[in-house]
Structure formats: C-alpha cells, structure tokens
Ligand binder design. Structure first.
Ligand SMILES: C[S@@+](CC[C@H](N)C(=O)[O-])C[C@H]1O[C@@H](n2cnc3c(N)ncnc32)[C@H](O)[C@@H]1O
Length: 227
C-alpha cells in the first residue's frame, strides 16, 4: 500500500531499525485499516499490526470482526501514546482534523519523542470539493443523521497542506506530504497522508517509492505554494 509498504521497505533497508516491527493505528475505530492490512498481508509477516482506540466499544467490535475474519492483528483499548510497547510506525485515518492548534503540535511532538522510525497519517484533503464530496459519500453510506452531519463537518475542518507540514516539522523528523493540493487531481484525491521519517530514512523511502516519489514534498514546498 502506497506509501506504507515503501516506508517499511526503507526501514528494513536502513541500519538502526532491526525487525520485527510494529505498526500502531492511532484511533483505529472499527479497525478498517488494520484489518485491511492484515487481510491483504500488505506489509509482510515481520510487521505486527495493532489498532488502538480510547473508545472501548469500537475496539471491542474491531476485535470481534478481526476474529470473525481470522486476521492476524490485535486491538487495544488505550491511549495510543501510553502503550508499553513502542511503535515502529504510527498511522491513523481520519483522525488529524480532530486535533487542532497546540493539540495538533503535541500529536506530532509525542511521536517524534518516541522511538518510532516514522509516521504516516491519512486525513481528508482540504480541497474545495471536499465538503460536497463528503456530503454525497455520507448521504450514500450513512443512515444516521449524526453520521451524515459529522462527515461534512469533518471535511470542513480538514487541515490545509500548510498546517500539516508545519505541525509535523518537529525536531528529529523530516516532514513530507504525499500528493499536496497543487500536485493532486481534486476529483480523485479525497485523503492524503502527511508523513514523518527519521532523516536517514528519507533517501531509501524515496527510492522505494520509485516514480511515485515525485508526489512527495517537504516544507520547502510551502515557500513555492501560493498562500
Ligand atoms: C474519527 S475517529 C477515526 C476512526 C477510524 N480511524 C476510521 O477511520 O474509521 C477518531 C478516533 O480517534 C480516537 N482517539 C483519539 N485520540 C486517541 C488516542 N490518543 N489514542 C487512541 N485513540 C484515540 C477516538 O476515540 C476516535 O474513535
């Protein structure tokens, strides 16, 4: 899975990060990402897949679904930043827009202060089409009015590329954004990840991405981007 699989290829190729590895999904909810990674064996047998959420009901259901699907992954009811076992890579989906201002800064600082090699957080791309797309998607997929409302509000609260690149720019981390707005087709891009790697991992990560590395930008992109 792009760019997670190349991220682990880079980690395996770089001295300093011997396996086995652990991926921790922060705020996993029902565990869609972790269960999909387990079902497709996208990252390899040396990567333990762990979903973590503060909501006990969601974690319980994620675990039940994983058992029903006979998947090799686990779900933990906890604060993802208070786990006893460290993550090699932190990921999340649809979580970043819930953290704002100092809380967003702390979100990235905490990961940088951990022994993790990298993080990769997928969230809604703040395009002008995002609220309309979210309205259509949630109208089609959600039955409950709250779910429909929340989907549109989330799209309206999506962080700009600039906000994410600045917040992820913390000591010890090279922040990168995959498919920023200027390089993306707004009709196709609904979510895009902000990535942080320990500096020695950037070159092998770009190598592992191959041609797709042209979609990756660092904070220098902000100097060129219209404000
Ligand atoms: C919008 S939901 C995202 C659910 C899921 N990732 C998905 O895509 O369906 C955000 C989740 O993050 C969880 N959360 C927020 N901070 C957390 C933390 N520090 N540790 C674990 N879970 C957290 C909340 O409990 C909530 O379930």
């Amino acid at each position: 899975m792009r760019p997670l699989s190349p991220l682990f290829t880079a980690i395996r190729a770089t001295s300093g990060w011997p396996g086995p590895y652990r991926l921790v999904d922060i705020g996993c909810g029902l565990g869609y990402l972790v269960r999909w990674l387990a079902a497709t064996d996208a990252l390899g047998a040396d990567v333990e897949l762990v979903g973590v959420d503060l909501d006990a009901a969601l974690v319980g259901e994620a675990g039940r679904l994983a058992r029903a699907e006979v998947l090799n992954c686990r779900f933990v009811h906890a604060d993802a930043f208070a786990l006893r076992q460290a993550a090699t890579v932190y990921v999340s989906t649809g979580v970043l827009h819930h953290f704002r201002g100092p809380a967003l800064d702390r979100f990235f600082q905490t990961q940088a202060a951990s022994p993790a090699a990298a993080f990769c957080h997928f969230d809604i791309a703040a395009t002008r089409l995002a609220p309309i797309g979210a309205w259509i998607f949630h109208r089609a997929r959600m039955r409950h009015p709250l779910g429909r409302h929340d989907g549109v509000v989330s799209a309206q609260r999506a962080h700009s590329d600039e906000t994410l690149l600045r917040a992820a720019d913390v000591p010890g981390i090279r922040p990168l954004l995959y498919e920023p707005q200027r390089l993306a087709n707004p009709f196709c891009t609904t979510v895009r990840p902000v990535i942080g790697v320990r500096p020695p991992l950037e070159a092998p990560f770009r190598l592992a991405l191959g041609r797709a590395a042209r979609h990756l930008v660092g904070p220098e992109y902000l100097a060129q981007a219209p404000r």
